[in-house]
Design a protein around this ligand. Sequence first.
Ligand code: GSH
Length: 409
Amino acid sequence: MSDVIPANLLREQQAHKQSQQLGPGEENHYRIWQNLASPYSYKVMTYMNYKGIPYKRMEANVKVSMEEIPRLVGQTIVPVMLSPQDEVLQDSTPIIEWLEQRFPEKRVTPEDARLAFLMWLLEEFADEYMPRIHMHTRWGNEQNQRAVSHRIGRDLAYAIPDASVSDLADFMLSRQAGFNKHLGLTDRVRENMDQQVLDLLSILDEHFLHYQFLLGDKPSMADFALYGSLKVHLYSDPNSKETMEVHGPRTCNWIETITELGDTRGCVGQTTFGDWINLNAGVPESLHKLLSFTAKTYIPFAQACAQASKNKSKTFDAEVYGLTETFSVHQYRVWSFEQLQNRYVQLQGDEKQLIDEALTAAGVLPLMMTDGIVHSDLFDGFTPPVIKDGATDARIRYLLNKGKKAGML
Ligand SMILES: N[C@@H](CCC(=O)N[C@@H](CS)C(=O)NCC(=O)O)C(=O)O
C-alpha cells in the first residue's frame, strides 16, 4: 500500500473543500450540509429548487458529522444550513418558514387558513410519523439492510482517504437496531407496517388521479415533507422501491415531478402550476382519506407522546393502526405537536367550522385536542431556525453544559 492519495480522491477532497466556500458569483448562495439518506435534507433542497433559491450542496461525510456539525449546532444532525451571511440554520420546517419570508414568490403555504391548517397537519404527519414507516421499510429486511448501510457508508466516506465504506456500513447497521424500540417497531407489528405502506400508497395514488400535488395543482410544504420520506427512503431503497413501483405508480410520478423541479436539463423541470384546492366545494374524498390515515397513525402517536411527557414518562403506549405498541417519548415531537394544536386553536368562525367538520369526519378530532395542549419548553429562549451559541435547543444546551455528547453518531 502506498501513502500517495490516488488522483481522483484528491480531486474529491478538493471538490468537497470548494463546495464549502462561496466563490465569485456565489455570494448570494446558501450552503447546506446534507447527505443522500436524509429525507429532511431533500425536503429543503427540493423546496429551494422549486423556489429558485441558490444553494451549494455540501456532503456531510463522517468527519463533518462528528466535528463540524456538532460544533455548529451541538449535535450530529442534517440538514444544517449556512446563510450567505454565515448564519447557522437548523430544522427543516423552521428553515422553510424563514426562507418563505425572504423569498415570497411562489408561496408554498395556501392563503386559505383552512387549507393551510390541513397542510400543517400533513406536514407534521410526514415529518413525525413517516419516520416510523420509512425506518420499517429501510431496516426491516436484509436486502435494504445491506444495500442502504453501504449507501450511507459511501456517503460518510466521501473525500476521506482512509475511510472504509464497509466498516462504516457495519457501524450504521449495528446502531440501527437501537432505533426500533423508540419507534415501536417490534416483530409483531411488521405485517401491520407493511399494510400501512400499501394503504398509504393506495390513498395517494387515488389522490394523484385528481390532483398533481397534495393540496391541489401546486406544491405545498406538505409535498416537500412527504416527498423527503417517500423519495429518500421508500423510492430509493431497493426492497421498497419494488413496492412503490407496483402499488404506487402515480405516487412515483409525483416523486419524479418534485425531483425535477428547477432542473433545466432537457427542459424537464415544471415551471407552470395550477391552483390550490378550493375548499368551498368541500374536502375532496381522497384528501379526506389521507386525513383519516393521519388520524389512525400520527394523531394517536403524537397525542400519547405529549401526555407521557406531561407525566414525565420516558415511554408511552399508543394504539396505532389498530395495534398497541410501546414508543419512546421524543421532546421534539411534543413541541411540534403543540405547534400544530396552536395552529388549530387560532382558527376562527367559519374557517373553524369547516375544519372541525372535516377533522371530525376523518377522526382527527376529537382525539387531537382531547387532553388539551402540553407545553414543551424545548425551544423556550431559542430562535429556530437560527442557531445561536452552538446549541439547537434546551436539551442540547443541557447536555453540552454537562459535557456530554448529544450526537448519535
Ligand atoms: N427536525 C429535524 C430532523 C432532522 C433529522 O432527524 N435528521 C436525521 C437524518 S434525516 C439525522 O441527522 N439524524 C441524526 C443521525 O443520524 O445521527 C429537521 O426537520 O431538520
